[in-house]
Design a binder for this molecule. Structure first.
Ligand code: GH3
Ligand code: MG
Ligand code: MG
Ligand code: MG
Length: 324
């Protein structure tokens, strides 16, 4: 426990120091002026180090900066405001004491300093200081825990919107984003497009290569289709088993068809062998496209139903193709 004594009288400084040492306090620093005390505390340093001093015993009447002014300055400083200050008054002048307390002093002792009184005041001030320190440590710990929790929460909410297998958005996240994009489209008058994508003969793929290979295929296709999307608002999600859905905000039919074509080519480039497919020797997909000027008082689900219907037509027209 470090104690700082600030007093312009060397005799008084030394007396207090000696009395404290008698009571077992070894870590004592002294200053003859408030300015010197501030320097010792490191108050003027650009990087404010939280002071190691646990208690300040300070004379009220000092030349230069008096004890009350010094106390005010300490209490307005973030790094030093929690250090208890005991003022030393020459007499127990009520007015001086009131000012000292108003300036943030915790207690007072009168000159000439008596050992018993000094001991009692110092002990109780140090007890309060250690309680303040404990509280601050607890608060700091709490802040840390809260920060960790916030991070975990963010990660959790990120994970809860992702599909575990493919790492793209899941159905839940799609529903959430689609709702937002639909409303945005209605408000702005921009077109909104939806693509439904389904792997051709995927049941045969699983039957031929096994379910695990099927999973790998899903991952590759999700990544390949995802890479095609360029605009920040575009979103691909796993809609169900081997079905994907893509939202293209502010995109009309031409743009949507162009994206669908690029996806078809990207899937082709993946060149995943599929010997049981009836349309090619590699994995292919069928895509249904729908576009709408949302403001045309439709329902959000209609655009999705249209894309689903177009996908059905693509399947029935021979697969590995796009239908609108
Ligand atoms: P179509 O060309 O008409 O779409 O034929 P299909 O065989 O792809 O269609 P169907 O709906 O009959 O079969 C879909 C298959 O997708 C069946 C199911 O086992 C498989 N599937 C769905 N989810 C997963 C998955 O997470 N992993 C794997 N490996 N297979 C899946
Ligand atoms: Mg003095
Ligand atoms: Mg399907
Ligand atoms: Mg399929």
């Amino acid at each position: 426990m470090a104690i700082l004594i600030v007093d312009d009288s060397p005799d008084s400084r030394n007396l207090i120091k000696r009395l404290l040492e008698k009571n077992g306090f070894a870590d004592i620093v002294t200053a003859g002026t408030a300015t010197e005390a501030f320097l010792l505390l490191g108050m003027n340093q650009p990087t404010q180090i939280t002071s190691q001093v646990d208690l300040i015993i300070m004379d009220v009447i000092m030349p230069d900066i008096d004890g009350i002014e010094a106390c005010l300055k300490l209490k307005s400083h973030e790094s030093f405001k929690d250090i208890p200050v005991i003022v030393i008054t020459g007499n127990d002048n009520v007015k001086t004491l009131d000012r000292a307390f108003a300036a943030g002093a915790m207690d007072f002792i009168t000159k000439p300093v008596k050992q018993l009184e000094l001991k009692a005041r110092v002990y109780s001030a140090l007890k309060i200081k250690s309680e303040i320190d404990r509280r601050k440590a607890r608060e700091a710990e709490l802040v840390k825990v809260l920060a960790k929790l916030e991070k975990a929460n963010k990660e959790l909410s990120r994970l809860s919107s992702l599909d575990g297998l493919t790492g793209i958005a899941n159905r839940r996240h799609f529903d959430y984003i689609y709702d937002i994009e639909w409303r945005r489209a209605v408000k702005s008058g921009y077109e909104l497009s939806v693509l439904f994508l389904d792997i051709d003969f995927f049941k045969y793929y699983n039957d031929t290569y096994g379910h695990q290979e099927g999973d790998e295929c899903l991952k590759k296709l999700a990544a390949a289709a995802g890479r095609v999307l360029e605009r920040p608002g575009d979103l691909i999600a796993r809609y169900g088993g081997e079905e994907f859905v893509i939202i293209l905000p502010e995109t009309g039919l031409d743009g949507a068809i162009s994206v669908a074509r690029t996806i078809l080519r990207a899937v082709e480039k993946c060149n995943i062998p599929h010997s049981a497919s009836q349309v090619a020797d590699h994995v292919t997909v069928s895509i249904g496209v729908s576009s709408g000027q949302a403001a045309l008082n439709g329902k959000p689900q209609e655009l999705i139903a249209q894309a689903d219907k177009a996908l059905y037509e693509a399947k029935h027209s021979g697969r590995n193709q796009i239908k609108v």
